[in-house]
Design a protein around this ligand. Structure first.
Ligand SMILES: Cc1ncc(COP(=O)(O)O)c(C=O)c1O
Length: 447
């Protein structure tokens, strides 16, 4: 393991005391402590607080109050802030249409219905995602069939999609996890070859780009979340983007209690549907954050680029690889930990050490298919009626073969998006912390 410490820790430690009175002896001692990982008694690389999230602005209040006083709180027959949001968000994405929904989950449920998903169907999906992606399929009494995860990109490995196709497969549901675009061209090619629809789970990928187009416009429909932690939050909220009037009108009908809409008139006035509507308050918050989203996306990108450049000089910790000609938006910034290069320091040990440095981080997703949710589903009366015993047995056994996803779940550390909104100098502390941990990985591993 190379030692590349730049004495940035020393400068910070020395500055913390009085520069005038610090003797050479105490400065040397400070340098030694600052260069040591905090878990081994050193000074944490970061001692400042990180930008908080979500952020509220006083300038948003008049519009919210206006809605409150108008008594027109639900979307009704159109207009108002929801229409402003739908037009504005479609424009931001470069999509023909956008439909506001109550959440990302309801956006996914709606989009899957509009694409014709039915009980007993199968959907090929990324396993490395928030659990809502699985549940949006299960709620249709359809089977989430997992493609493997590419350990380099953390997204759906396109090479593993085709082998999952059966005569029940209806759709492919790639997830642009952490705001990193999936490699959509090969996924769309397989879908076209087999006549399958594709829905993008872009719930973490507002303004992410692939080959010059925004995520959410790369397939039949795209789904977004505006939940509290997201880059453009409204407490709860979601959206569906698409270029087909027919599909988006189907979504609109389904999310609005099945009311016939636009070019989709169903068989009469009502078709199957539910109430997944957004409220005007949520839309007003979202519209007022469009510019903020655009500006902050660039800040996150600049800081992420800095991290990526820094990581290139550190062995044992790597960023994720993005597909060619794509731009991520970093809902989380993932670090890929190679324990072998770090003297056996485990991912969880790395998380503990990085947290001790004042850098909040987490292990993010684990192998959720072993948690019991899918067992509960496939043991239910409904699934047993819809799928053969053999299919459900083979399905359950197939989780063991997700070697790429297992590796990702065991080796990833996620830094959350608000860290990337910090000043450049504070983001530098992340690299400093990682360097310290890597330089002392052997001692940390045996701790
Ligand atoms: C990848 C992914 N899919 C779906 C969802 C569901 O969105 P929501 O929480 O708005 O229902 C989320 C939200 O966290 C998500 O991150």
């Amino acid at each position: 393991m190379k030692a590349r410490l730049t004495r940035r820790g020393f400068v910070r430690a020395a500055a913390a005391g009085s520069a005038l009175t610090a003797s050479l002896k105490t400065r040397r001692a400070a340098a030694v402590t600052a260069d040591k990982p905090a878990l081994l008694g050193g000074t944490p690389a970061n001692q400042a607080s990180w930008p908080s999230w979500p952020q509220w602005q006083q300038s948003w209040e008049p519009r919210i109050l206006e809605i409150l006083r108008s008594g027109r709180w639900f979307r009704g027959s159109g207009g108002g802030s929801i229409a402003d949001f739908e037009t504005g968000y479609a424009k931001l994405l470069g999509a023909k249409r956008c439909l506001a929904t109550a959440s990302g989950t309801t956006a996914l449920i709606t989009a899957l219905h509009a694409m014709g998903l039915d009980a007993g169907d199968e959907v090929i999906v990324s396993p490395y995602t928030f659990i809502a992606t699985y549940n949006a399929i299960l709620i249709h009494k359809a089977l989430p069939v997992f493609a493997d995860t590419d350990p380099a990109t953390l997204t759906m490995d396109p090479a593993t999609v085709e082998s999952r196709i059966t005569d029940r497969t209806r759709l492919i549901l790639p997830v642009h996890i952490f705001g990193m675009p999936c490699d959509m061209n090969p996924i769309n090619t397989v879908a076209a070859r087999h006549g399958l629809g594709v829905v993008e789970d872009a719930c973490q990928a507002w303004l992410a780009e692939y080959q010059g187009k925004k995520c959410g416009t790369l397939a039949d429909l795209g789904c977004f979340s505006f939940q509290n932690s997201k880059h453009i939050p409204s407490g709860e909220g979601g959206a569906i983007s698409g270029n087909s009037d027919e599909l988006v009108d189907r979504c609109t009908a389904f999310h609005n209690c099945g009311r016939a809409t636009g070019v989709f008139q169903g068989k009469g006035c009502f078709t199957r549907g539910s109430n997944f509507r957004m409220q005007h308050y949520q839309a007003a918050m979202l519209v007022q954050q469009f510019d903020k989203l655009v500006e902050e996306t660039e800040i996150r990108r600049a800081n992420a680029d800095h991290l990526i450049a820094g990581l290139a000089k550190i062995a044992g910790v790597a960023p994720a690889r993005l597909p060619g000609n794509s731009r991520a938006v970093w809902h989380l910034f993932p670090l890929r930990i190679d324990s072998e290069q770090l003297n056996g320091l485990s991912r969880d040990g790395f998380v503990r050490a990085l947290r001790a440095e004042g850098v909040p981080c987490s292990a993010v997703y684990h192998e959720q298919y072993f948690d019991g949710l899918l067992d509960e589903a496939i043991q239910s009366r409904g699934f047993k009626r819809l799928f053969s015993e053999k299919r459900l047995k083979d399905y359950r056994e197939s989780f063991e073969a997700l070697a790429g996803n297992r590796q990702v779940c065991q080796t990833t550390v996620g830094l959350s998006q608000n860290l990337l909104l910090a000043q450049h100098s504070q983001v530098e502390h992340i690299l400093e912390a990682i360097e310290k941990i890597c330089d002392h990985s052997g001692e940390l591993a045996s701790k």
